[in-house]
Ligand binder design. Structure first.
Ligand SMILES: Nc1ncnc2c1ncn2[C@@H]1O[C@H](COP(=O)(O)OP(=O)(O)OP(=O)(O)O)[C@@H](O)[C@H]1O
Length: 183
């Protein structure tokens, strides 16, 4: 069985990952893609308030499970669009450990801080300052197959750019280079 392709969108909150993922589901015409978002996994958690320590452990397990769910979907041939915030080094390391590196197209979703702050205030459903906290962390590893800037391009344009890269994924891929660096 051939493993599925993984388009891995990484960026801060409000950078536009989900908007790009929705556009990709619309325009990718080869294969069957699934949008797997870390937010959707968080939304599945029990609603009861947890003590801080229990919540921290639950969040860590959520992310560990999320990464392995991506791997499981791809392993049986599903194509996957991942929507994630790599704001702690261990999250990237874990993804490098469990995902097949040559199948991943690693996409940096960038956006200026001013625009992130504007979007966060406009949408009102994210804690104020969240994107700013993540801003210097998510792209710290500094290596991608392709990057887009949602301050200057709309979600459809970013999706078109990613679509063009998909058939000609650079080799070695960014995930392969990063594995050599971090694992
Ligand atoms: N390229 C863009 N230009 C202008 N506005 C955008 C763009 N992309 C997304 N937005 C707007 O920014 C807000 C956040 O977008 P989206 O939910 O796609 O981001 P996200 O990175 O998935 O955020 P989160 O991680 O917090 O869920 C939405 O209101 C969306 O309409």
């Amino acid at each position: 069985m051939t493993a599925g392709r993984i388009i891995f969108l990484n960026g801060t909150s409000s950078s536009g990952k989900s908007s790009i993922a929705r556009e990709l589901l619309d325009i990718l015409d080869h294969g069957v893609f699934f949008h797997l978002a870390v937010d959707s996994f968080n939304a599945m958690r029990t609603k009861r308030d947890l003590a801080q320590d229990d919540l921290d452990h639950a969040l860590r397990r959520t992310r560990l499970g999320f990464h392995r769910s991506i791997a499981a979907m791809a392993a049986v041939g599903n194509d996957v669009i991942v929507d994630h915030v790599l704001s702690e080094p261990w999250r990237l390391i874990d993804c490098l450990t469990v995902l097949p590196p040559e199948n991943v197209l690693f996409v940096g979703v960038r956006c200026s801080l001013d625009e992130l702050v504007r979007r966060e205030a406009a949408r009102g459903d994210r804690p104020s300052g969240l994107a700013a906290l993540q801003y210097d962390l998510v792209h710290a590893h500094g290596d991608y197959d392709v990057e887009c800037d949602t301050s200057t391009a709309d979600p459809r344009e970013c999706a078109e750019l990613i679509k063009r890269f998909l058939p000609d994924r650079p080799t070695p891929t960014a995930f392969t280079r990063l594995r050599a660096r971090y694992l």
